[in-house]
Design a protein around this ligand. Structure first.
Ligand SMILES: Nc1ncnc2c1ncn2[C@@H]1O[C@H](COP(=O)(O)OP(=O)(O)O)[C@@H](O)[C@H]1O
Ligand SMILES: [Mg+2]
Length: 281
């Protein structure tokens, strides 16, 4: 078993994808093109769900400050997320599946940022819609990073039976919808593994077959949330903070989740001065 895991881990590291250290992005003319709602509807870029969703307007400066840069077409980091997108697309087109959770071994490795930038990158493709869900109910980060008010979300659906259309937010970005965390939860493991959550994931997965659903999920080693949630999704992307996360912790985390579900690694905050094997125990 130990041998098998060692080789899995080594293979995994060979597959690590680099996301370059994201620099503060200067805002010039690269802000997302400003199509009107009518334009989008004509072009088939809005799904009926959007019209029922709450709309929030994202502030481009906030996005840039918080490194949510994949919305800017010419940001150099956008290319890195496109590579990840291509790999996810290739995998899911070949094997099926459209629900993907983004997790890591430990907190602060860049899960939320990766989930947001990946969702932006997928939303730029014409063929499908994207839903990003904040499933980290203890450390909700999606609304903070994107800079909108989290007055409703997943927890409100799970605890208070708030109807699904009411928890969906449209951030004014083509083909992207969001579900933020909602009310703060300190005991979320049972909720994430609940029958209501299962129903919701099923609904998200099947309602629009061309939709990718990304879940920003808590770290694997600090609570049971990610493990409770993993049976509900098709795939897992693991974020590893370069030079910081001990290799042993990545190994331990990998041992706990089904290996066949892990479709990719993001080596976050990698920079070229780092050695080729950055995560030392
Ligand atoms: N590649 C990166 N370069 C610079 N800062 C980053 C990078 N990735 C994440 N961060 C910052 O690190 C902090 C933790 O990232 P976050 O995505 O919230 O982690 P997690 O969701 O895993 O806890 C945030 O302040 C975020 O802006
Ligand atoms: Mg987070």
């Amino acid at each position: 078993m130990a041998k098998k895991l060692k080789s899995l881990f080594e293979d995994a590291f060979k597959k690590l994808k680099k996301t370059e250290q994201v620099k503060k992005y200067s805002l010039k003319a690269e802000i997302q093109q400003d199509f009107t709602q009518e334009d989008k509807e004509k072009a088939g870029w809005t799904s009926p769900a959007y019209t029922k969703s709450r709309t929030v307007k994202l502030n481009m400066n906030t996005l840039a400050d918080n490194r949510c840069v994949a919305i800017f077409p010419y940001a150099q980091e956008t290319e890195v997320y496109k590579v990840l997108r291509t790999q996810v697309l290739r995998y899911t087109k070949e094997k099926g599946g459209n629900t993907i959770m983004i997790t890591s071994a430990l907190p602060g490795e860049g899960k939320t940022l990766t989930a947001i930038n990946l969702a932006f990158t997928f939303a730029k493709l014409f063929e499908q819609t994207v839903l990003l869900v904040d499933g980290d109910l203890r450390q909700q980060g999606v609304h903070k990073c994107l800079g909108f008010e989290n007055d409703r979300g997943l927890a409100d659906y799970l605890v208070d039976n708030m109807p699904v259309p009411e928890i969906i937010t449209w951030p004014g970005i083509d083909k992207l919808t969001l579900i933020s965390g909602g009310r703060l939860m300190h005991e979320s493991t049972e909720l994430l593994g609940s029958a209501r959550m299962t129903d919701l994931v099923h609904e998200m997965k099947t309602r629009y077959p061309d939709r990718y659903v990304f879940f920003d999920v808590p770290p694997i080693l600090t609570s049971a949330d990610a493990l409770a949630f993993v049976p509900l999704v098709d795939y897992v992307i693991m974020v590893v903070r370069a030079g910081t996360t001990p290799a042993n912790d990545v190994k331990k985390a990998l041992e706990l989740i089904p290996q066949e579900k892990v479709i990719g690694f993001v080596l976050n905050r990698y920079n070229t001065r780092m050695q080729t094997n950055p995560a030392q125990p």
